[in-house]
Design a protein around this ligand. Sequence first.
Ligand SMILES: Cc1cc2nc3c(=O)[nH]c(=O)nc-3n(C[C@H](O)[C@H](O)[C@H](O)COP(=O)(O)OP(=O)(O)OC[C@H]3O[C@@H](n4cnc5c(N)ncnc54)[C@H](O)[C@@H]3O)c2cc1C
Length: 472
Amino acid sequence: MPRERYKVKNLNDKGIVVLGGGLAGLSSAFTLAKAGQPVKVFESDSGVGGLSKTMHYGDFRFDLGGHRFLTSNEQTENFVRDLLDGEYLTVPRKSKIFMNNRFFDYPLKPANALLGLGMRTTFRALADYGREKIKNSFRRPAHVSLEDWVVAHFGRTMFNIYFREYSEKVWGLECKSISEEWVSKRIEGLSLGVAIKNALFKFNGKKVPTLIDKFIYPALGIGRISDRLKEEIEKGNSVSTSTRVTRIDHKGPFITGIAAKNCERAYDVKGREFISSIPLTNLVKMLSPAPPGEIIEAASRLRYRDLVIVTILLDKERVTDLTWLYLPEKNMPLGRIHEPKNWSPRMAPEGKTSVVAEYFCFREDRIWNSTDGELTSITVRELEKLGFIRENEVLDSCVVRVPNAYPVFEVGYNEHYSGILKYLEKFKNLHIIGRSGMFRYYNMDRAIETGIETAENIIQNSKLKTQRRDSL
Ligand SMILES: Cc1cc2nc3c(=O)[nH]c(=O)nc-3n(C[C@H](O)[C@H](O)[C@H](O)COP(=O)(O)OP(=O)(O)OC[C@H]3O[C@@H](n4cnc5c(N)ncnc54)[C@H](O)[C@@H]3O)c2cc1C
């Protein structure tokens, strides 16, 4: 008989169980811990931070795609500043876009945008834009896809030149199949578009968050925010890394417990409240008993876009002075690069630097399934073509595959999404939070806020329950 691999340990059922140790889950756990509520976090990865973690490779550090913290909410900003306790820098943002074999400033300046298009195309773009404006003033157009929305707001010429390729590269779908909801709710997310509209048409004079030219950045990488949250939570509570949640048990309107395991043991964990920041589709699949067939089917229709990060370590002082470089054209396989040392000098040892390349893909794509060696060769070749590096400057490389990086809003996704939410609402002690957990295109600030808000609601409800009990 093989020896039992996992020992089962029962934990008490008074506590709050948090699934996922990214920024959302940790912010929830931190807020609960500060209020004296017992909390336990389970994270499948070997470290915390999720999409906002910082990798350490030898003396180099890099984020999974440069992460810049921005918020218009003073409380959220103070939350992060207090945590970092001065361990951050204020970084000027300087980005460019590479198109038609030229580098353009980002955000685009009017002269830049005109030069980039050439006079004839600029006039055509302006005429198209005017035509759409007039057409839309007579009837409110029905927008279904990103293409509908962008053409109505920017004109067809602008759509073709600036939006089509980059959107299709990011999402891996034709613009006709990408829901308009993504772009209309989050125009600042489509930052290239805002930049162009700002440059050519002056965008309402409103400050668009993604165009702000300075941001705060932890000196040791964005993952420091999560590391600090973990340190605080662990003053009395636990964060179990390398521990994957595998099953979520429920009975009637309540989640009763979870099963989790790591390479040493298995846990059956009971709890009072359950907060999930793990990908929504995985949560549905882990429910036991399994949800009705149509809910499982709906979950299988929602997709996340994955990401491959290739970091090239270089025996060179500096490659660029840029924060980000966007590479919208389809003939280049990578979508964006950044040089961590330009975000904080502590991201690379003295005299050396690194470049991080992002490849947007799905797990079944060739890029995801290429070997690390192949990915390194492709990246070095593309960086050489851009004139940034020479092969003999390459010291080493590090490849990280990041699953579930972006929720994909395909046309029609909402029907499946709302069906799942409606089903999950029946559980009175299950709370979904964060970008992956809520299947929302949230940045770090919103991920943190959803975690804090949920924790505050739980704290408030438990206070009310205690008051009611005491008054009996
Ligand atoms: C390339 C890229 C660049 C970005 N740049 C910026 C930026 O510049 N500024 C900005 O504000 N935002 C940026 N973001 C968004 C930011 O990363 C997210 O908003 C934030 O990290 C989401 O945190 P979260 O906790 O909601 O989700 P996640 O980080 O996805 O956390 C979920 C956690 O659950 C864990 N998990 C999953 N399954 C299980 C399981 N079964 N058991 C236990 N644990 C599990 C995961 O390992 C993960 O740690 C960027 C995102 C990407 C992909």
